[in-house]
Design a protein around this ligand. Structure first.
Ligand code: ADP
Ligand code: 5GP
Length: 202
């Protein structure tokens, strides 16, 4: 029998570099999986349906809520976002580590359903740098950038609900730290019940 995979919840203010750091981690560790969320946000140039997100109309999203198809869902800056349940549960059962890159309201819901999950908060080296990155990404209109920066303050006030802070100063360093968190979490006694059972209790 296999241990279940780790559920890794990654949050942080918009523009901190969550997506960039997760991508860098997965280049080094292709065995780690990333959950594809559903959203009512419109695709950005270069984003593909089923790859970056499942892009849904609000009605489709609401019907998934009613059918209990989400592990968690939330409204963030006027759009809905949610984690489809089935795929994540299958991957964890198969022993795969799964990343949920989600905002804070969703992370709080995951914590109540999966208390064994690992909660990581990504921060830029400074709040000035956050604004630079979010503006520099060039994907949102100025009023949306302003709304996301305002929301960032509330998100950061929840940092103590998380287990780890991951400063994203340099992408490669942040990805290494992320890998170190995964490695450390896998050594926790409570995650090694199977090994202990097979080797110490026979
Ligand atoms: P998030 O997923 O947290 O919203 P992104 O991964 O989209 O953030 O990153 C926001 C912007 O900042 C992108 O343009 C990205 O290329 C840039 N970025 C990410 N990490 C760094 C870093 N360590 N140094 C400089 N720029 C970065
Ligand atoms: P973006 O529009 O920049 O892709 O995402 C906006 C915010 O929504 C980010 O903080 C991102 O982590 C979060 N997000 C993405 N997918 C989900 C999800 O499935 N659930 C929740 N709660 N938040 C999500």
């Amino acid at each position: 029998m296999k241990n279940k995979g780790l559920l890794l919840v990654v949050s942080g203010p918009s523009g901190a570099g969550k997506g960039t750091v997760c991508k860098a981690l997965m280049e080094q560790h292709p065995e780690v999986c990333m959950s594809v969320s559903a959203t009512t946000r419109k695709p950005r140039p270069g984003e593909a349906d089923g790859v970056n997100y499942y892009f849904l109309e609000e009605e489709q999203f609401r019907s998934m809520i009613e059918n209990h198809e989400f592990i968690e869902w939330a409204c963030f800056c006027q759009n809905y976002y949610g984690t489809p349940r089935k795929k994540v549960e299958e991957l964890l059962e198969a022993g795969k580590d799964v990343i949920l890159e989600i905002e804070v309201q969703g992370a709080i819901q995951v914590k109540s359903k999966f208390p064994e999950a690992v909660f990581i908060f990504v921060m830029p080296p400074s709040m000035e740098e956050l604004e630079k990155r979010l503006t520099g990404r060039g994907t949102e209109a100025p009023e949306v950038v302003a709304e996301r920066l305002e929301t960032a303050r509330w998100e950061c006030s929840n940092i103590e609900k998380y287990n780890y802070i991951l400063i994203n100063d340099e992408v490669s360093l942040a990805a290494e730290r992320f890998a170190a968190i995964i490695q450390t979490e896998k050594m926790r006694i409570e995650r090694n019940g199977m090994w202990i059972q097979e080797n110490l209790k026979k």
